[in-house]
Design a protein. Structure first.
Length: 318
């Protein structure tokens, strides 16, 4: 038994040594990989442009490039957290075409230990042009559809002209621009929306303080709805309607007309104070003599377009 226990202790000591040695070798190998192994990676770098006073680029310039870099893995892995940039200084350039070799430019933010194998694009050609200011017409732009039962009657923008700034060759071809799109989806009333202008890159508003407001005029869609067999009532209990039912045509906002309950539409006859005749006919609207009104509960926007027959008879009850 004692011999067996000794063998077990000896095996454990031996295996522990092997394990420690393996762990040490793995650690050394990891350190070597991080500090010595060369790897390649692709990252992006921002491109900024310095231009001469009074000059602008005709076409939108390259704003970023892709760098293929090589170096030890530990440093390459840090590039994802870095912001790298290439500055192109054209302040001494003159009007016209300029060739730019981006591969020759220094890269700010790139660790010195890394080597740049490629820049894409490596070369670009830009065109410098004089800056021009010009006033052009501004038109409103909308997208979407107003709420059901409503329609757009007018769309306008204030001011109707804006002053732009950009390359001469570009601005000379621009006579008008539009605002940014205004979403009018679901509108039920007039609206004023402050927006910018939809401009191509390289063209902007001249100076500060220019703002544009798009005004959208919205009104209900006016339609008609006819109600048949509308009952006639007389306000004076001593009289009854000889015309028992009529046809009523109402006009108004589509949404309001759709809410009217046909069972609640009626015609009420009003007799002048002291009326003592045996009967007669009432007319619609205000005035002297017997009159009638259509009761519909549709609100002030709903009006009576017609009643058939247009004169309603009534008689004194026996």
């Amino acid at each position: 038994m004692k011999k067996r226990m000794a063998d077990i202790r000896e095996n454990l000591a031996t295996n522990l040594g092997y394990r420690l040695a393996a762990l040490l070798m793995a650690t050394v190998l990891w350190v070597w990989v991080q500090s010595e192994q060369q790897v390649e990676s692709r990252v992006r770098a921002r491109v900024s442009w310095l231009l001469p006073d009074g000059m602008a680029l005709v076409e939108p310039p390259v704003e970023q490039v892709t760098l293929t870099v090589e170096g030890v893995q530990a440093i390459v892995r840090t590039l994802r957290q870095r912001e790298m940039a290439i500055e192109v200084d054209l302040r001494k350039a003159t009007e016209g075409d300029v060739a730019v070799d981006l591969a020759e430019k220094s890269i700010a933010g790139l660790p010195q230990q890394l080597h740049v194998r490629a820049v894409s694009p490596s070369q670009v050609r830009v065109t410098l042009d004089r800056v021009l200011r010009r006033k052009v017409a501004v038109a409103p732009a909308t997208v979407g559809t107003v709420a059901e039962g409503y329609r757009v009657t007018a769309v306008s923008v204030v001011p109707q002209r804006g002053e732009l700034e950009g390359p001469v060759s570009v601005l000379k071809a621009i006579d008008s621009v539009t605002t940014e799109e205004v979403d009018i989806g679901g509108l039920r009333a007039d609206a004023d929306i402050t927006v910018g202008l939809a401009l191509r890159k390289g063209v902007g508003l001249a100076g500060k303080g220019q703002s544009f407001v798009v005004h959208v005029d919205v009104e209900p869609v006016i339609t008609e709805r006819r109600f048949e067999s509308v009952p006639v009532l007389v306000r004076d209990a001593a009289y009854a309607a000889s015309t028992e039912a009529v046809s009523v045509l109402l006009a108004g906002p589509e949404e309001e007309l759709g809410k009217i309950d046909a069972g609640l539409v009626s015609v009420m006859v009003y007799l002048p104070e002291g009326f003592a005749e045996g009967g007669g006919q009432a007319r619609h609207g205000k005035g002297s003599g017997p009159r009638y009104e259509v009761v519909h509960g549709g609100g002030e926007a709903v009006r009576v377009q017609g009643v058939e027959p247009d004169r309603i008879g009534f008689v004194r009850k026996e």
